[in-house]
Every structure is written in C-alpha cells, then in structure tokens.
Design a protein around this ligand. Structure first.
Ligand SMILES: Nc1ncnc2c1ncn2[C@@H]1O[C@H](COP(=O)(O)OP(=O)(O)O)[C@@H](O)[C@H]1O
Ligand SMILES: [Mg+2]
Length: 338
C-alpha cells in the first residue's frame, strides 16, 4: 500500500527517504518464515519482497478458550450451561442510516466510491481480490472455515489497520456480488466511525454484554451501496472475556448466517498492546497483518503473527511504501492517452 503522504505519521515516527526498512530487510531476511503475504500474489509480476508460503498453523498460546462450566455430578446439573442461542438469519440490518461525507473521506485518503480511479483504489482492488477468492472458496467448503470473516491486525498502533480496513471495506462494497459489514473491534480506541464521519452509537460490545440487544439493531446503514458499519460500542473492562465467551459465536453467526454475499471485516486493536485481537483470530478465517514500512520491526511482527496463530490463514500487507524497485505506480494509467 503506497504512502499517501498528505497524512502525517503518528507522533514519534520519522519518515526517512529511500527504500523502507522492510524493503531493505527483504534482501537479507527470509519473510517466508513468517507467512503468506497479500501483496505477493499480485499480477502480473509480484515483487519478491515477501515470498508466498503455506501459512503456519501456529497454536495461539495466549488465546483464552471459552470457559465451559464443569459439572461433576450427574444430571440434573445445577449449573448446566444455557442452551445455545438459536442462529437467526439477518438478511436486513435494522440500525440507523447515515450518509457519509465524501469530502471527509478524501481528506483522509480514503477511497471515494464515485470518484476517478486512484492509486489507493487500484491497490485495494488487488488486495481485495485475493481475500474474496479465499472467502468464495470457504463458502464452497474449501480451505478455511469462515473465510468471509477477515481480521485486520498489526503489531502496534499507528501502522494503518483502520486505514486499510476502511479502504478495503469500501472497495469490497463496490463489488457487484458482495456487501460488506465493517466491524470496529478496537474497543479501547475505536476510530472507524470518526474515519467515516459517522455518529456514535451502540455496537458489538453492547450486543455481547446484553443478550436482549439484537446486534443487527446496532448496524449502521450508509449511502455507500453495500457498506454497513457495526460500531465498537461501549467498552466494558471485560471486553476480552466477552469476546472469548460462547455468545460471541452466536452473535457473529447472526451477522453472516444465510447471507452468502456478506463479507465481515474486523478492525482490530494492536496485537502487542491489547488482547482482543488474539481472541478475534479464533473467529475469523483470514487475517491481514499490516506491516508499516520503516516502522514495524521484525521481532514485533514475528510476535504478532505468533499471537494470531489461531487463524491459519495469515497474510502480510506492506503499508506506507514510498519506493518501488520495479516502478510500480498504480492509478497512473487511467486517463492516460497517447
Ligand atoms: N498508506 C498510508 N498513506 C497515508 N497515510 C496513512 C497510510 N496508512 C495509514 N495512514 C495514516 O496513518 C495514521 C495511523 O493509521 P491508522 O489506520 O489509524 O492506524 P492503526 O489503526 O493501526 O492505529 C492515520 O492518520 C492514517 O490515516
Ligand atoms: Mg485503528
């Protein structure tokens, strides 16, 4: 993903010139030992910075398993778990509807649905194609389960998770055959709503904490066709425990059951700073780890990928590049005539 340099880096990050740290490191460090990148599969000639490899199915050591009450005595069990919540097909969301200010999107280098082709649009077209291929295969019963659920993660704050999640969502919403639900799962520091210029409201954490609140009532409809947004909701102090509960499965199933064209994108908190990302990795079929050029270190990246090991399809997305050894410059071709 190219650096759209209008936007300043978060405080503390310098923007050096020349090839990025990741680009320089790719000469000496074999990224195959990590995982399969999003960018490596791109036509026509993938850059050899990060080379594809089968993803490592690393067990997630820190992921708390859902707590099942242990019943020692024979039935009737005094503390038997409640019967599983029935899965209700949600074909229509019932939350509020809001228009999205296109000028606000432009200011943040977010894709404007009706605008001319830009470099950002072209880059996300390439990224989404690989993710949609896996989602389609998953629906057909091949590859990972729940490939239609995609977690956008990174090691640290400021590496571009929200930037990539929002752009990817708008890009997928433009698909003729898909609609997209963008879930803000950064419960401590949600920023999807502010990025899209949407007002606050109840969200995923409220629906997890309150069984009487239907999650579909929290989903915001937008005037970008096919784009829906589920806010993070109110943080509880037990966010990770709620996420790890059996109820999360039921709530997420309500969002996707019998909606074969729906892709769900989760904008996660930083993996090395908050535990929800590790737990969310259990619920998704694909994870995209954003690597910020010149910012993300190798050790942090390895650590983050290890913590996300519950998802066995992890891809890397290099973000904020300012240099291409092959002259790759997407968006420069449309409108160009001899
Ligand atoms: N490729 C990029 N080009 C320009 N600005 C970017 C790019 N990626 C991220 N940013 C900007 O960097 C800042 C941090 O990105 P953000 O997506 O909020 O990070 P995170 O969600 O990982 O904390 C934001 O201001 C965002 O707009
Ligand atoms: Mg973010």
């Amino acid at each position: 993903m190219t650096d759209q340099s209008k936007i300043p880096l978060p405080t503390g990050f310098d923007r050096p010139s020349g090839p990025s740290l990741i680009e320089r490191a790719s000469g000496s460090f074999d990224f195959r030992t990590l995982t399969r990148p999003v960018v490596a599969d791109l036509p026509p000639a993938p850059e050899p910075r990060i080379v594809p490899q089968q993803p490592q199915a690393t067990p997630a050591p820190l992921a708390p398993a859902p707590v099942q009450p242990t019943v020692a005595a024979p039935a009737p069990a005094p503390f038997a778990p409640p019967p599983p919540e029935p899965i209700v097909a949600v074909s229509r969301f019932s939350g509020p509807f809001h228009a999205i200010n296109r000028e606000h999107l432009r200011e943040q280098c977010i894709i404007e649905p009706e605008s001319a082709v830009t470099g950002t649009l072209e880059e996300f077209r390439i990224v989404k194609r690989q993710l949609l291929r896996v989602a389609a295969a998953s629906r057909a019963g091949q590859g990972s389960v729940h490939g239609e659920r995609i977690l956008i993660a990174s090691a640290h704050p400021g590496e571009g998770k929200t930037f990539c999640a929002v752009n990817l969502a708008i890009s997928i919403a433009a698909e003729k055959d898909n609609e997209v639900l963008l879930v803000d799962a950064d419960f401590a520091k949600p920023s999807v709503l502010s990025t899209l210029g949407l007002p606050g409201g109840k969200g995923l954490m409220d629906a997890l904490a309150d069984p009487s609140l239907p999650v579909e009532d929290c989903v915001i409809g937008t005037d970008i066709a096919g784009l829906y947004v589920l806010p993070a909701g109110n943080a509880t102090g037990s966010d990770t425990e709620y996420l790890a509960s059996a109820r999360t499965n039921a709530v997420l199933d309500r969002l996707t059951a019998h909606s074969p064209n729906r892709i769900v994108i989760f904008d996660s908190p930083p993996v090395l700073a908050a535990s929800p990302a590790t737990v969310l990795a259990h619920h998704v079929g694909q994870t995209v780890v954003v690597v910020r050029a010149d910012v993300t270190g190798e050790a942090a990246l390895r650590d983050a990928v290890g913590l996300l090991g519950a998802c066995d399809d992890i891809k890397l997305l290099l973000n904020g590049t300012r240099f291409s050894t092959t002259g790759r410059r997407f968006g420069s071709y449309y409108g160009y005539k001899e």
